[in-house]
Every structure is written in C-alpha cells, then in structure tokens.
Design a protein around this ligand. Sequence first.
Ligand code: NAP
Length: 294
Amino acid sequence: MKITEKTITIGGNTNKPITVNRLGYGTMRLPGDMVWGEPKNKHEALEILRTARNKGINFLDTADFYGDDITNHLIAEALHPYYDDLLICTKVGAGRTPDKGWKVFDTPENIRTSIDRNLKTLKMEQLQLVHFRIMPNSETPFKESLQTMFDLQNEGKILHIGLSNVSPEELEIGLSMGNIASVENAFGYGQRTSFSFHGQESRGLQEVMPLCVANNITMIPFWSLQNSLPKNNDKIAVIAKKYNASPAQINIAWLLHYSDLILPIPGTSQLKHFEENINARDIQLTEEDMIFLG
Ligand SMILES: NC(=O)c1ccc[n+]([C@@H]2O[C@H](COP(=O)([O-])OP(=O)(O)OC[C@H]3O[C@@H](n4cnc5c(N)ncnc54)[C@H](OP(=O)(O)O)[C@@H]3O)[C@@H](O)[C@H]2O)c1
C-alpha cells in the first residue's frame, strides 16, 4: 500500500490554498456535559490544545455553538497569538437554547451574527474555513443561507466555504453557486452512510464522496469514533492486535488510508486519548489490511 499523504491542501483550486497536516482535532468534546459550559477539567482542555500545537496538529474544528462559545474561548486562551500554519475551521447554521438544546440559526442575519461572534472570540480578522451546517427543520431556503456565506466571503470575513451535513443534491447546488472547499459529514468505519439520530437525519459522507472526489473537495468526517468504537468490530480488533494498537487508532488509520482527500478530526476530552489518537498517524496499514477491513 502506498504511504498515505501526510498533508492535505484545502481550496487547492483557488488562489488561496491552505495546506495542513493530515490529522486534525475536533474540539466539540472539550466543554462540559451535552457540549455545554466549562470543561470538567479546564487545565486538561487547555493542555490538549497546547499539545496539538507541539505535536504538529494544525487543523482544529470548532463552532461558536460549542459550549456555548466555550471551545472558541479555549482555543484563543490556549493558542492566541496563533502559530503560523494553524487553520481554525468553524461552522455556522446552528445555535443553542438555554436548556442545552440545539436550534436552527441559519437566516442571513443569524449567519452574520455567528460569523462576527467567531471572529471576535477567536480574535481573527478573517475565518479561514467555515462550514455552513445544514440543519433539519430549517425554514430558510438553502440557497439563501449559502448566498450569505458567499457574500461574507466577498466581504473578506471568510476565506474558504465548506458544507456540513450536506446531501448530494445540496452539494450540486452549492457547486453551481461557487467554490466549495470541503464537506463535513458523518463517516467512520462503523457507519458510513446517512442515519437517523434523535429522529433527525445525519448525512453520511459516502453518498457525497463521488462528488467530492470529482471536485477535489476535502472530506472531513465527524463521529468517526463515536459511531464505530461501541460496535467492537472483530476485524478492527484483529488489525489492532497485529499492530499492537488500540481500536481507536485503527479506526483513525483506516480513515487516513481510505482516501487521501479525508482529513480526520477525532474528538476527545482526554489528553491520554488525544495522544493515543495522534499516534495513529504512524500506523502504516497494508493493502491486505485494508481489503480485510473492507
Ligand atoms: N459538522 C457537524 O455537524 C459535526 C457534528 C458532530 C461533531 N463534529 C465535529 O467532529 C468532531 C468529532 O466528533 P465527536 O468528537 O463528536 O466524536 P468522535 O470523534 O467520533 O468520538 C469521540 C468519542 O470517542 C471517544 N474517544 C476518543 N478517542 C478515544 C480513544 N483513543 N479511546 C477510546 N475512546 C475515545 C471520546 O471519549 P473521551 O472524550 O472520553 O475520549 C468520545 O466519546 C467533533 O469534535 C466536532 O469538532 C461536527
């Protein structure tokens, strides 16, 4: 099997490409229970972010609705002024309710509010990559929300635009409106296609993969571990034993070998797990391993 690419270039077909190392970190596990409030152990949360810098992780996935606005504050506290090659990727389209719930927040006005909040908390003048997160039960036409994203890009507040929780039909529409640098959908070894979660559809990466490959769109999978580890897959266990690795590491290595367009962002609240997950970068699966895993 060929050595997997160590880096990935986002926005490669634009005049502002950004190259990052090919394992990122999703920050959603840093706040307290139900992605709400301060972390249980703030010291550990800040330590994870600082370890990211020291271990060559230069892609962080966040949102102003994680916390509420907790992860962005943690990122700024741990890492500002930012290291040169750091890409902080955020998302808009959702918000929070006081009872720790999630709400649709995707009117043009909502999107502008979220972008300004991200810029303020992250202490940035321009957001490098922002996903428009498509929410079930939205009442705003998709094109209207996405047009607002392109307007904000023209105004200089956003560099690259991505889509999250997107269907193939919506991605086609997005591509007809402008450049889409990345897609963030649910995907992992144990769950590759769309599924229902709390009665709402989570869109899988597999369905949009042909379009991403055809258009050189970076694929950022979420819930890669959450939807896979609890299944205790036998084949993952066999390969984990072969490499003296953990199931989480094999899940991440599988993603890295599956496609060079995939940029995994495993999440964790624990420094121990974070360091374990980073070490998955060093596992070289063979072609036979990948065929066996399927
Ligand atoms: N665009 C979207 O709609 C969307 C939706 C969801 C998430 N996201 C992004 O995707 C990122 C990843 O998703 P996620 O964090 O929800 O889930 P995930 O990466 O699939 O898995 C995280 C879960 O796995 C556990 N875990 C992590 N490393 C482990 C290890 N080495 N051994 C055992 N357990 C381990 C974590 O527990 P511990 O905390 O105990 O380690 C946590 O329960 C998020 O952080 C967020 O940035 C985006």
